[in-house]
Design a binder for this molecule. Sequence first.
Ligand SMILES: [Zn+2]
Length: 228
Amino acid sequence: MKHRPASATFFVDRRPLIGIMPLPPLEDLIACPHCDTLHIDAPVPPGSIARCKRCGVVLFAPRKQALTQLLSLSIAGVILLVAAISFPFIDIDAMGFENQTSVLNAVTAFSEGRGVPLAVAVALFIIVLPMVRLLALIYAIGPLVTGHRPRRGAHVAFAMTEQLRPWAMAEIFMVGVSVALVKIVGLATVTIGPAFWAFVVLVIITLFNDRVMSRLSIWKALEREGAV
Ligand SMILES: [Zn+2]
């Protein structure tokens, strides 16, 4: 990364890049991973955050603790996902008939006949892909946090976390469940189980991670440590 005067950085003067100066060499530009807007690749002082001027996604956040925080939250996410699968999700009591159900019950409920593709899709989008994303992120950034060289294929693992992002739909599942619960509440007594709250916290952690994760910082760290 070449050093440039601070006045040339988008997060200081906030002026659009195109039109105020000739286009710099490609190696001096970075593209926002979310909306592809180009910015000048400039050093960001520790403690500052560089966001995309169009969509607000974090481009660089050179904080000492940023990766540690991301790793801790990802490990917490794995534990919460295991809890969300293992514990009761909701308990429905209607006219004396009590039915306790878990996320796995919800998946296996469709596992016969024509419901099989639906069961596979639910398992994939709600459980498998969120878990793969979290584990791949831990695999990719774990050694960076502990000061070791990245593991083999760390860049592939990190690229995978990005590519799978639209397909890990735990939050959409929770929106669907919440809508269903609102409809059921009038018909039966609904008791929320621990897995429900585990899912809620997992969704908050995932959204928070995706929002604050400085992808370019991680790419640069992987590159610097020889993983790319
Ligand atoms: Zn952007």
